[in-house]
Design a protein around this ligand. Sequence first.
Ligand code: SF4
Ligand code: SF4
Length: 466
Amino acid sequence: MDKNHNELSRRQFLRRLGIGSASALSLMALGPLQTFATAATPAAAPSSPRRGDDAPASGSDDIKMTYRRQNGSGENISLLGFGMMRLPREQEEVNRLVDYAIAHGVNYFDTAPMYGGGRNEAVTGAALSRHPREKYYVATKMSNQNQQLWSFGKSKEMYENSFRQLRVDYIDYYLLHSIGGGGMDALRGRFIDNGLLDFLVGERQAGRIRHLGFSYHGDVRVFDYLLDHHDEYHWDFVQIQMNYVDWRHAGRGRRRSDADAEYLYGRLEKLGIQAVVMEPIRGGGLANVADDIRRQLAEVRPDDSPATWGFRWVGSFPNILTTLSGMNRMEHLEENVRTFSPLQPCSDAENQILASIADQMAGFPTIGCTTCAYCMPCPYGVDIPGNFAFYNAAVTAGQLPLPAPTADDYGQRQEAFIAAYREALPAEKRATACTDCGQCLSKCPQQIRIPNQMSRLVELTRKRRA
Ligand code: SF4
Ligand code: SF4
């Protein structure tokens, strides 16, 4: 650990974490949000883009967005998609973001019934419906993860409600949400045994669903099963988590059955199924990188942020239909639009730099939390993503891991960490409130052993007896 880290004051530490005296939730906002979007179908786009060969395509000279052509329908989808998972509270602010996105060529908007505590589909529908229907493509999902929603009747109700919330009479991209969690048993219960998947295939035939796909987290056997049955279901697209760290380090700290993005992308490419990418900057972790990594990137492209590097890396792959980013602040949206207008693919040398950085980052003891909040609310009040975001920021800032308890500076470093933690989170939201009830475990798409990690945090903040 370098000397500077040892000398960080509490205030300096907070500043380095980027949170000042604010809640840890503000850390989450630093990350890119993810979901989907829509937009005007631009004129000609390359039919089979190769790496580095995407032509900007739009009906307007002002729009420089890069587009990808959807294999089946031929429609042009903006390579930057708008993830509507975390949105501003005010509808007017959401409208402003959506208007800017559409005006700059973003045309894919992704939401789900469970986003925003059940609010975001309606907010998304209200914002998008102010635009001509042909100007946007909307994606939403069957979020029936909760076992109480597994019946055909309840699931169908959720499906039909999505049309009302989104104010549409057809859904452009419809996904089986987060398959993989709960393994094959959950897949059978949610979609197969109740006849729901057959129903959704029928809805596609009827034209109420234009493209049918699924989003995947967790047990790779479910991913493989659905692709093994591609001849039966004819998947139009599949949504996967992909970024330059998860390319070869996805399973770190999670279950063995998790697969690297390299495997997921490779299987889809071989089958000719385009990928929609979520978590392109890993829940914000690749935007808020350690100073040393930031320096390595700036030496090559001084004007690009770490987030821009992450988006460029993903967008450089030819079998990506769109890259979802959650953009709840105008400055994030503006920067991302610049990155994709048009996309400058990564060179081989840049890919090598990012591969090396991924290897370095894989050695960091971060928790693989993307701050998606699927695990919330915790019945005992723990702010689960807030705790993990704080912990990860401390690792990124070099404050963690703490040195051995016998080290001279152990007490000073731990004091700084504890003070920052207390300032970021009120007592009732800290890890100490966790009762180990386990209710959050099955909800986490990243398969994080949440109560175990809470115990680690408690241990970190427990002062050593003199
Ligand atoms: S295990 Fe802990 S964090 Fe998870 S729901 Fe229970 S109390 Fe909350
Ligand atoms: S712990 Fe899991 S479910 Fe909760 S916010 Fe993090 S990644 Fe999402």
